[in-house]
Design a protein around this ligand. Structure first.
Ligand code: NI
Length: 191
């Protein structure tokens, strides 16, 4: 396994739409090794998720995992999940204003509107079907990762550039109010 370099905002390849993965590709040693590397890279960087696009591999694969994450101490844990060819469908119009950060946008956070109830249809790394409802902050994380596969960054979705903040300024001026809102979201949706 290997820790891969993560591309940062401004890298043109972050804007590429990743290609669907075939079952044959997914079963290959090459792609399976890549998935191991994606997981290792995400964990090494303390990410809550990482999309293949961010390590300049343009296949529709992303990883999500939250294990007492020091970058996002308010995030409930999410078991390691690999999504291959994910398709997300909003289940209602309920939205949450989420303060997001990204390993490809070092140092900056901003407020993004996300759906709070979505259906995710995908394969896991073995090609088994995933078809489930995802809610709350976990749903926000999924939307952030799938955006990467479409060449989008959270910066593209920021509601108002005036919400942009360094992590230090977030902690000082925005964190306590945000954690209050997140706590209510998690209480409502269980994740
Ligand atoms: Ni990101």
């Amino acid at each position: 396994m290997a820790v891969l370099p993560i591309a940062k905002v401004g890298h043109p390849e972050l804007r590429i739409r990743a290609k669907e993965v075939t079952r044959e590709e997914l079963a290959s040693a090459n792609v399976q090794t890549f998935i191991d590397d994606l997981i290792e890279t995400m964990r090494h960087a303390n990410g809550a998720g990482l999309a293949a696009t961010q390590v300049l591999r343009h296949q529709r694969i992303c990883a999500v995992e939250v294990r007492d994450n020091p970058r996002y101490p308010y995030k409930p844990n999410i078991p390691l999940t690999i999504l291959v060819n994910p398709v997300l469908t909003p289940l209602d119009d309920d939205k949450f204003e989420n303060y997001e950060g990204c390993l490809s946008v070092p140092g900056i956070r901003g407020l993004v509107l996300r759906n709070t109830r979505i259906r995710v249809q995908a394969w896991d790394r073995r090609g088994n079907e995933i078809n489930e409802e995802v809610r709350g902050l976990k749903a926000c994380t999924y939307q952030h990762e799938v955006d990467h596969l479409d060449g989008l960054l959270f910066l593209d979705r920021v509601l108002d550039p005036m919400t942009l903040a360094t992590w230090e300024a977030f902690d000082e001026f925005h964190k306590s109010a945000f954690v209050e809102r997140v706590t209510a979201l998690v209480a409502k949706h269980g994740s």
